[in-house]
Design a protein around this ligand. Structure first.
Ligand code: AMP
Ligand code: MG
Length: 519
């Protein structure tokens, strides 16, 4: 079988845990622990991403070979792989949670592509590590399908994300209490191989900082900058300042992209924030259907809804504040950290204005457009309108004869549509006036809107349909969804189902509107 070239720089550059045995513990003064995946009974490749496989040099023969399922199910290693789990902490729901670490993720190594770029391969659900705390290190099929599909969907939407090479069924059961009601059930187990240039999180820097280990903090920062931010030049504090500003900028752009497509991460703890500004750790995420900034799919967060859709920008800012605090030992004076945080606000505002222009089909965003977008959001919320369908259909509205007609199929409730008709008509007529004042010719406007307003997003109930079929042994649903989500901005004939309004059965169903962290 083909094996990429591995160069495990993280292991080489950073201190490892001297304890070779695999038991749960506090790991001080080290960034990683060596730990092998725990073999599974019957690894079977259930799905893969052809783009990620190709990038890593895996051909059809490799994918079909039992050796591939063995490696990506955790039963074998390729030459050059050196499995390890990394050490990080994090603020969970606003509170410092101390050491967390890769409790069920095991990195296999850093593949070096022909052009020199790196791809870390990481198994999620490959068994216990020193960081597993009370849990089993495993993952169930349903959540693995969700992570596999969504990370690929996100990539094709053009949003920075970790990728997924493979989804492997383990042939073993995993005990989970989905509703946290004391009635656990045995579910099918699976392992996703995630792929990213780096899986470093804010929490990797927070843990040594909170422990007062400035030496390890500096080593991690220096390593991360050198490996993952090669475009940054400079030295000393100025370099750290540029790096932090870059992290702030990327995080702002990432969250603005989520807001553009209606993605709700669901658990924006600092341990789930990538230092590269990637979407990472797909758990109880969801997609906005009826527009609602207060919505969260995460039932674990139902009380405070800290991670609701509309709060994601401010939560990201709060998380960057925690990162700034962690990095402060690297700075004699905190001003550069304040400047970095200010960069977040600027970059977010810029990205959000860009989103407004693109979603509305305008060459540029003026202040009155920001206000009109805000009014539109209020209307969408008040009248239960599907965000994705509405914006996609907005391109159909004729600037010379604006009407609600092309938008009607975005409404969930005919009574709410009727109640909002006058307000929408008023909004549309003002929108039409603005369009007539905009220089874009109609075809260019259409293309601009279609490239910002996806036709297809990974609606929770679509993922759930694929999961239900997979549980019945049919992976066709996963295959088809992956295919549909490869071209989210293109209209795909015969695939109206995948662009449909949330069906009534999905309104309050577990796995659709309600997801827990039990995965
Ligand atoms: P999450 O909420 O998924 O971001 O996970 C938070 C922490 O819990 C991380 O340190 C995970 O590695 C750990 N964790 C989550 N699920 C498991 C599991 N099944 N086994 C071991 N550790 C887990
Ligand atoms: Mg996590």
């Amino acid at each position: 079988m083909h094996a990429p070239v591995f160069d495990n720089a993280f292991l080489r550059a950073l201190p490892g845990d001297p304890e070779p045995r695999n038991f749960v513990r506090q790991v001080e003064g080290a960034a990683w622990s060596a730990v092998a995946p725990t073999p599974v009974a019957a690894p079977r490749l259930l799905a893969h991403s052809r783009e990620v496989a190709a990038e890593l040099g895996f051909g059809e023969d490799d994918l079909a070979s039992p050796a591939f399922a063995a490696v990506f199910g955790g039963n074998a290693l390729l030459p050059g792989m050196q499995p390890y789990a990394t050490n990080y902490g994090g603020h969970q729901f606003g509170h410092w949670a101390r050491q967390l670490g890769d409790g069920r993720a095991i990195s296999l190594g850093e593949a070096v592509l022909a052009d020199g770029r790196r791809r870390e391969l990481q198994l999620k659900g490959a068994g216990p590590t020193p960081y597993s705390r009370g849990a089993d290190g495993r993952a169930v099929l349903r959540s693995s399908i969700r992570e596999f599909l969504c990370s690929e969907a996100m990539h094709h939407l053009g949003i920075p994300t970790t990728r997924a090479l493979s989804l492997v069924g383990t042939g073993e059961g995993v005990l989970r209490d989905v509703l946290y009601d004391g009635r656990p059930e045995l579910e099918s187990g699976a392992i996703v191989c995630r792929v990213a240039p780096s899986f470093l999180r804010f929490g990797h820097f927070e843990l040594p900082a909170m422990r007062g280990d400035a030496g390890l903090l500096r080593q991690l920062a220096d390593f991360c900058i050198a490996r993952d931010f090669p475009s940054l030049a400079g030295q000393g504090e100025a370099l750290y300042a540029d790096w932090f500003a870059e992290v702030c900028t990327r995080t702002a752009r990432l969250v603005a992209a989520w807001m553009r497509v209606g993605f709700v991460h669901g658990v924006l703890n600092t341990d789930n924030m990538s230092i590269l500004g990637l979407t990472i750790d797909y758990g109880p995420y969801g997609w906005i259907e009826p527009y609602d900034p207060d919505w969260t799919p995460n039932t674990t967060d139902a009380a405070g809804r800290r991670y609701r859709f509309g709060w994601q920008p401010r939560v990201a800012y709060w998380n960057l504040g925690q990162l700034a605090r962690a990095l402060s030992p690297l700075f004699a004076d905190p001003a550069p950290l304040q400047d970095g945080l200010a960069r977040f606000a600027e970059a977010y505002t810029d990205a959000d204005r860009d989103t407004t222009a693109r979603k509305l089909g305008l060459a540029e965003c003026r202040d009155d457009d920001v206000a009109r977008m805000r009014e539109l959001h209020a209307l969408l919320q008040a009248h239960e309108v599907d965000m994705t369908r509405f914006f996609r259909a907005l391109a159909e509205v004729d600037a010379d004869a604006p009407s609600l007609q092309p938008l009607e199929s975005a409404f969930y409730d005919p009574a709410k549509r009727a109640a909002g008709a006058a307000a929408f008509a008023d909004w549309l007529s003002r929108h039409a006036v603005r369009l007539r004042d905009d220089p874009l010719p109609a075809p260019a406007r259409r293309a601009r809107m279609d490239a910002a307003n996806p036709r297809y997003v990974l609606r929770n109930w679509l993922a759930q349909e694929a999961i239900d079929r997979a549980h019945a042994g049919d992976l066709g649903g996963v295959e088809t969804l992956l295919e549909v989500m490869r071209r989210p901005y293109e209209d795909q004939p015969g695939r109206a189902h995948y662009a449909g309004l949330r069906p009534e059965w999905a309104r309050d169903k577990v796995g659709c509107s309600m997801l827990s962290c039990s995965s």
